[in-house]
Design a protein around this ligand. Structure first.
Ligand code: ADP
Ligand code: MG
Ligand code: ZN
Length: 425
């Protein structure tokens, strides 16, 4: 609880710390051989281990550890040579064992950071830790034919490997939170460790936020926001919460540490429960698993196998293609988009035109259709060909826009459309 800190002038500084859960792209679960495939019939991806039957033993998935180490290395974290799994005890119907196997006081990675862009330049948000844990099942409260008002349980997700990436409370605004999440998402996608599909729950975020009178050192009382399933909602929920907290303090009130739920329809946050403290979980070292020991040689091997990371790629795109930093930032937001741009740029021999077309036309269309670059129906070579026709003066810019539309919907080559419609100048 904070004491009274009335601040009639009403200027508050903001601290935000994000806890991001990312589902790892392994073929099988973290402690058993069940498939992690999304969308299978409820409870079909299960076995005695992930159903929490008595007498079974977990066996750690090496690939999950490798994915977590990749993220640790890519964020400059320290990889602990010896980390520990721990039991986090709590009762909930989606958790058949009555505890979740997670990591507690010896997580796999500590430290590191994520670089974000802010209007004032680049800023590094520190990471507290990255640890491995198993996912819980899923409760389904609606949409099951004939189930009435029952709640159903699907344990396909129970035991799917997760990493939790915990940031320091160094994020200073909802916009910075958005940049942090975009940078993290791009990193996870480039590493190929998570598909970052928020609709399917592969990327989930809890946001902790507090406000404090400007210039005061100690952090304010943190509120944890749950149920944030898009970057936009996270930004809006934070905005709302910062205003709510500031108003309480401004009027001389106090805040209690609690979890609140964001209601996107109402655009407000509502109290959910008072926040558990760590001791409520009665953490203790998982007796069914040995300490996780990773050898230096393996870490080195993983380091050598790291792909080009988003920041490096952004720098390279700026240099190699002579495009503005802003363009390079947008184009490296996902590896698929960067690949697409590079293919168009190489084939068209005019990188600047390629960047303009991808940034305006292609991204504009995809935004309308709420789809990713994978859904773009125009092969990069065809777009390059269209750009070539404009640059050669064969067609006008206005015709090019028309041809682009037709390529998008009809899936045909530009020359064919130009010929058929007699658009050549
Ligand atoms: P828990 O599991 O209880 O939520 P964690 O340690 O996993 O605790 O996460 C705590 C998160 O809250 C971190 O991201 C941290 O940066 C953030 N945090 C801690 N204190 C504050 C605060 N006063 N204001 C804002 N964020 C905070
Ligand atoms: Mg947490
Ligand atoms: Zn299983």
């Amino acid at each position: 609880m904070t004491e009274h800190h009335p601040n009639p002038a009403g200027t508050y500084d903001v601290n935000i710390g994000l806890e991001v859960h990312a589902q790892l792209l392994t073929r099988t679960k973290i402690f058993c051989g069940c498939t992690t495939k999304f969308g299978n019939p409820p409870n079909s991806n299960t076995c005695p281990v992930c159903l929490g039957m008595p007498g079974v033993l977990p066996v750690l998935n090496r690939k999950a550890v490798e994915c977590a180490i990749k993220v640790g290395l890519a964020t400059g974290a320290k990889i602990l040579r010896r980390s520990l799994f721990a039991r986090k005890n709590y009762f909930y119907p989606d958790l058949p064992k009555g505890y979740q196997i997670s990591m507690y006081d010896r997580p796999l990675c500590t430290g590191g950071g994520i670089e974000i862009e802010t209007p004032k330049g680049r800023k590094r948000i520190g990471l507290t830790r990255i640890h491995l844990e198993e996912d819980a099942g899923k409760l389904i409260h609606e949409g099951i034919a004939g189930a009435g008002d029952r709640t159903c349980i699907d344990l396909n997700r129970a035991g799917v490997p997760l990493i939790e990436i915990v940031s320091e409370p160094e994020i200073a605004s909802p916009e910075e939170a958005h940049s942090y999440l975009s940078a993290l998402r791009s990193l996870l996608l480039h590493l190929g460790v998570c598909d970052c599909n928020m609709e399917e729950g592969s990327l989930r975020c809890d946001a902790n936020v507090s406000v404090r009178p400007a210039l005061r050192k100690e952090l304010g009382t943190r509120i944890e926001l749950k149920n944030l399933n898009s970057f936009r909602f996270i930004q809006r929920a934070l905005q709302y919460e910062i205003e709510r907290q500031s108003a309480v303090l401004r009027e001389g009130g106090t805040l209690v540490q609690e979890s609140r739920l964001y209601d996107p329809a109402a655009g407000e946050t509502l109290p959910m429960r008072s926040k558990e403290e760590a001791h409520d979980y009665r953490y203790f070292p998982e007796p069914d698993l040995l300490p996780l020991v990773v050898e230096e040689a393996w870490i080195d091997e993983i380091r050598r196998g790291l792909p080009e990371l988003p920041l490096a790629r952004k720098g390279r795109l700026e240099k190699e293609y002579g495009i503005p930093a802003y363009d390079a930032g947008v184009l490296t937001s996902t590896p698929g988009l960067a690949d697409y741009f590079e293919a168009v740029a190489r084939a068209s021999k005019s990188p600047k035109a390629a960047s303009n077309w991808v940034m305006r036309e292609v991204l504009g269309k995809l935004k309308e259709e709420k789809a990713g670059i994978a859904a773009c129906p125009i092969p990069p070579e065809s777009l390059a060909e269209l750009i070539g026709l404009v640059l050669a003066g064969t067609i006008s810019g206005t015709s090019a826009a028309e041809v682009f539309e037709e390529m998008w919907t009809g899936g045909r080559a530009p020359a064919e459309i130009v010929g058929e419609r007699g658009l050549a100048l």
